[in-house]
Design a protein around this ligand. Sequence first.
Ligand code: NAD
Length: 249
Amino acid sequence: MQRFQDKVVLVTGAGSGIGRASALRIASEGGAVFCVDLNQEAVAATVATISGAGGEASAHGCDVSDEDSVNACVQACIERYGSLYALVNMAGILRFDDTGDLQTDHWQKIIDVNLTGTMLLCRAALPHLLDSGGSIVNAASTAALAGLPCGVAYSASKGGVLAMTRSIAVEYAKRGVRANCVCPGDINTDMVTGIAFPQAMDFDLMGRIQSLSGAKGPEVVAGVIAMLASEDGIHITGEDIRVEGGTLA
Ligand code: NAD
């Protein structure tokens, strides 16, 4: 399958996990991938893997929560490749806190990266997506759809991403730009392995975010992202697809 032949895709969070797997998948289908991450070493490694496999990719360091950094990033993508066919927003952060102990700066950081960062990329990319008739795939989460204990800030950020994506989908539908979300759950990545929990965490409550079929690797989400971003998703917009092994079925 060469669904991304002659197409340029910007992927944030491309240094790790689902973003990295998406970059690899899209490159393997012929796309030129503009790989973006705060972690420059990690994103360079993703690009080296793609190049080593004969694919086309460029690395770019960017803090998605910083407006100037985001605008320069999209500009750099256009300068490098001349167009943009799809935007895949996977950069994100997670932490667990007892709601009663949640510090405002921790709340703000999660909102800044996960929600504001996603908006900043969408806003900067939309003029170019209008030119190409392209699309956006954003990272929401099962936490946008059901309560995540001790995840108040993260859930709020992901609920915001879901609502924002639907708004963009409706606003741009007649102009040929699509916007969708994936809602992953129980995916083995650096985000979840070794994460710290509050001391009084009730782990019985965590059952609701565990898949029925066991945790999976990030490539299972990357396949869905590639479908949504490609022509195969041409009649899908404003959608959120759960990729979580039946957690919320
Ligand atoms: P990950 O930690 O493996 O990768 C996230 C990447 O985002 C990292 O490379 C990190 O450096 C980058 N990043 C963090 N802050 C950044 C910033 N300010 N600017 C630019 N890059 C930044 O995580 P993942 O599991 O691959 O998650 C990808 C997306 O999927 C996230 O938005 C996450 O919330 C969402 N998600 C993941 C799961 C899961 O089970 N892993 C479940 C639901 C949603």
